[in-house]
Design a protein around this ligand. Structure first.
Ligand code: EPZ
Length: 417
């Protein structure tokens, strides 16, 4: 297994280009199941989770060429309607194939995703929504068995804002008979990207990005080509890297409007963030101000940036309170950050961070995707050497991050363990 070795203290300088969005690519790949034909998806990041999604599509009978930047997905010969446990347990987003398989073939058998490091992450709202569309759902032997001759449009109201649930039901309802309204939908930009792709396929979806999405069911869809949006979480991670190292970087191909909540908080903390001709410049201040954040569904502060923001608060001037309101166990980076000398106390879903003058490099272990990013950020700002193991977590969601950071002047190396 690989590990990362970082010599901290370098100010990041120069330009970096953001890759395509993992969390937009995954549902867009799954949406290709809805119709036979050849789809060309571009700006796809080279990531483990993309490879896993390709394996899932191939296990169903799709023919996939390429792993990124351009991926050609031919779904003409999809014949299986089963997604097995070993694939779904590797990446829970695979469970999204259930709705599209059901919509296209009238039946599907998909493994329940099981738990995950950051929380229970049930899919009850996905299943409730599919039942509202007329699906018969049976849970047995750890699998969801679903059947329905033809899904019928319905009015669905989500108890909580769910990104995957909204995406799942948008896909399932696209070819349902009649109209579907999704109320209290999630509003993430990745949902808008999926809706755009579905409309390119011939769907009639309006309101994506708001909390009410109207889907007028069409009889059939066709394959389409699409360019995936930039990854806003990767972009936000680079913004924090510049802030924490007192650097001055330019970030290309990101959409700053996707990160308002993070940007406003960072500007309050004294970080200079400006945007011109689609290039975002981030300049770190001498001292970062301490701030409180609460993670919320979009457009609130993104839970996927909580660990990275906590790393920044570890070297801020004063105390910060971070409350994680989306997942029940998303503080696993705390004990690893404490190994750098960070002063953090956790009480339930709230962490209080007291900024320290300097972090000191240490051997640490990645526990989940965004936690790994926070450890890299701490290593970049720390004095001395940091070693990060189990970085397979990182490779799920960041394309060649050590190369991109090295190009910005960081002293970071990936070595075989
Ligand atoms: C998506 O996960 C993202 N993953 C996550 O990013 C992200 O953290 C999350 O949305 C929230 O923004 C992908 O897009 C592949 P949810 P998802 O359904 O869809 C509860 C990363 O780091 N819930 O919005 O699984 C759930 O338990 C990953 O890239 C139910 O109770 O998240 C959670 O508390 C991590 N029942 C809350 O809703 C359901 O049926 C939000 O989950 C569904 C969800």
């Amino acid at each position: 297994m690989d590990k990362l070795i970082i010599e901290g203290g370098k100010k990041l300088k120069g330009d970096v280009t953001v890759s395509g969005s993992k969390n937009a690519s995954l549902p867009i790949f799954v949406a290709t199941i809805l119709a036979p034909g050849i789809n060309q998806i571009s700006n796809v990041p080279f990531l483990r989770d993309i490879n896993t999604t390709i394996k899932v599509l191939e296990s169903l009978g799709a023919d996939v060429k390429g792993k990124g930047d351009v991926v050609r997905i031919d779904t003409t010969n999809i014949s299986s309607h089963e997604a097995t446990y070993d694939l779904v347990k590797t990446m829970r987003a695979s469970v999204l194939v259930l709705g599209p398989l059901l919509a296209r073939f009238g039946k599907a058998r998909v493994s329940l995703p099981g738990g995950c490091a950051i929380g229970a992450r049930p899919i009850n709202l996905h299943l409730k929504g599919l039942q509202a569309l007329g699906a018969e759902i049976v849970l047995e032997h750890g699998y969801v068995e679903a059947r329905c001759k033809r899904l019928k449009g319905a009015r669905i109201n989500f108890d909580v804002s769910t990104v995957g649930g909204t995406e799942h039901l948008m896909m399932a309802a696209a070819t349902a008979k009649g109209d579907t309204v999704l109320e209290n939908s999630a509003r993430e930009p990745e949902i808008v990207d999926l809706a755009n792709f579905l409309n390119f396929m011939g769907a009639k979806i309006e309101g994506a990005g708001t909390d009410t999405i109207n889907i007028h069911g069409v009889s059939e869809l066709s394959a389409a080509n699409y360019e995936v949006m930039p990854d806003r979480i990767e972009a936000g991670t680079f913004m924090i890297a510049a802030a924490m190292t007192g650097g001055d970087i330019k970030i290309r191909r990101m959409k700053l409007e996707h990160l308002d909540a993070l940007t406003f908080k960072m500007q309050d903390a004294g970080v200079e963030i400006t945007s011109r001709d689609g290039v975002v410049r981030v300049k770190g201040p001498k001292k970062i101000g301490s701030l409180n954040i609460k993670t919320r569904p979009y457009p609130g502060f993104p839970t996927d940036m909580q660990a990275q923001f906590m790393a920044m608060m570890c070297v801020a001037d004063g105390a910060s309170v971070i409350s994680e309101n989306i997942f029940e166990n998303r503080f696993m980076h705390v004990s690893e950050l404490q190994r750098f000398g960070a002063d953090i106390t956790v009480a339930g879903s709230t962490a209080t961070v007291k900024g320290v003058k300097k972090l000191s490099g240490a051997p640490v272990m990645a526990t989940d995707l965004r936690a790994s990013a926070s450890l890299i950020l701490a290593g970049l700002a720390a004095e001395g050497t940091t070693e990060i193991t189990r970085i397979y977590h990182l490779d799920r969601g960041y394309e060649a991050i050590e190369k991109k950071l090295a190009a910005l002047g960081a002293n970071i190396l990936r070595v075989k363990e």
